[in-house]
Design a protein around this ligand. Structure first.
Ligand code: NDP
Length: 382
């Protein structure tokens, strides 16, 4: 069972060499009485939040990855955990049967033994929605009715188990489509005709925020880190304008160029210098949705945020959020996005790498902007 393992805890931005390919053993059946599923992993999601689990730091809302564990007196590597789409090969849970497709928390490996109490979702195959889109555009639906008790089987337990078993974490982890939806509608309080700025705009979250804002009747500008991404934003994703922030020597001047009347809504995926410049350009009663600070994982900006004072005279509402606080909105999200996607009003850009071996480089690439769209790894197609 080929696996991707984390070699060591890190402090800086992740590098490909922080991870390695390993080989684990797995019995290709679900242990009796375990309520577990044996799955073949098909698509794996690369998400910036996973960087937080590569630090040896327990004070966050999410614990670090486990590097290895003792299993029947053997020291075994533990694969990186992440969201994936998988096919059920064997099941000890009556709700799932071999041949079902599921999305949920799994391991970065070919086959995984996972628990259905980890909020797995059965995917109904639909020819108009590729399976991998369930990692970005449509993603996991939470089923809070399932029980969360820990089950121990043959030395394999949910808490120490192969795939961690941290149910609470899953409920906090953001997946892109829903994050974009709740961030935009619940945090930004958008109104038709408002001026919206989105950073990391071609990424998994950003691309949907911009499109939702356009559907809402807003004027939308995105920033991204290459001319290819800028082109996608303007010509495929329907943004009104877009610019390459890496080519701008003065971000404040760039924002003044694109928003001569100021910004009503800034959807912040990056923090750092772009947030600082956006603060200067917000309109009175503007809203900033602080979705993530991916820039903090890489370049350290010695100046930090200088312009926070703007929130007072401009009466800016600046709010961080986790999509997990809005799970009751999930049905509306699914309906809205699926309908618009099927009608061709929402497009979705995915960056698919082939093969489990490509996962470390693809993950590290999130922090230098190598991904164009939602980064996914194809482990197997069926
Ligand atoms: P993306 O697909 O947008 O990939 C990350 C992108 O960030 C890169 O492609 C790159 O784009 C940009 N980036 C990387 N380093 C920097 C930098 N130093 N400065 C500026 N931009 C940089 O990732 P996601 O869409 O999955 O995530 C976007 C944000 O949303 C992240 O901050 C993530 O943590 C957050 N998030 C928050 C959730 C929540 O519940 N609050 C849930 C899910 C995600 P470019 O080439 O344009 O620079």
């Amino acid at each position: 069972n080929k696996q991707v393992v984390l070699q060591r805890y890190i402090e800086e931005a992740p590098k490909e060499t922080d991870m390695a390919m390993g080989m684990g053993k797995i019995e290709l059946k679900a242990p009796k009485g375990s309520a577990a599923l044996l799955v073949k992993n098909l698509y794996l999601s690369c998400d910036p939040y996973m960087r937080g689990r590569m630090r040896d730091f327990h004070g966050s809302y999410i614990p670090p990855f486990v590097l290895s564990r003792v299993f029947f007196s053997h020291l075994l590597d533990v694969p990186i955990e992440g969201f994936g789409v998988a096919k059920v090969l064997d099941s000890d849970d009556p709700d799932f049967k071999p041949g079902d497709f599921i999305s949920g928390l799994t391991g970065w490996e070919e086959y995984s033994l996972i628990r259905s109490t980890w909020q797995l979702r059965k995917i109904q195959p639909d020819d108009s929605v590729p399976l991998s889109y369930h990692l970005g555009l449509l993603e996991i639906a939470w089923n809070s009715s399932r029980n969360h008790e820990e089950v121990k089987v043959d030395g394999w337990s949910e808490k120490e188990g192969k795939v961690g078993g941290w149910i609470e974490i899953m409920e906090k982890l953001g997946m892109p489509g829903f994050t974009a939806y709740v961030g935009f509608y619940e945090i930004c309080s958008p109104k038709k005709g408002e001026y919206v700025f989105v950073s990391a705009a071609s990424g998994a979250v950003g691309q949907l925020v911009g499109q939702l804002a356009k559907l809402h009747g807003c004027y939308v500008v995105g920033s991204a880190g290459s001319s290819q991404k800028v082109d996608l934003l303007k010509n495929k994703l329907g943004f009104d304008e877009a610019f390459n922030y890496k080519e701008e020597t003065d971000l404040d001047a760039a924002l003044k160029r694109y928003f001569p009347e100021g910004i009503d809504i800034y959807f912040d995926n990056v923090g750092g210098a772009i947030l600082d410049a956006a603060l200067l350009n917000m309109r009175i009663h503007g809203r900033i949705a602080v979705c993530g600070m991916v820039s903090l994982h890489s370049i350290s900006d010695p100046k930090g945020i200088q312009n926070l004072y703007c929130v007072v005279p401009k009466r800016i509402r600046m709010q961080g959020f986790l999509q997990s606080d809005y799970l009751d909105k999930f049905p509306q999200f699914l309906e809205h996005v699926t309908e618009n996607f099927k009608q061709g009003k929402i497009v979705y850009i995915e960056d698919m790498n082939e093969g489990l071996e490509t996962a470390p480089a693809a993950f590290a690439g999130l922090f230098s902007g190598k991904n164009v769209g939602k980064q996914v790894i194809c482990v197997a197609r069926d």
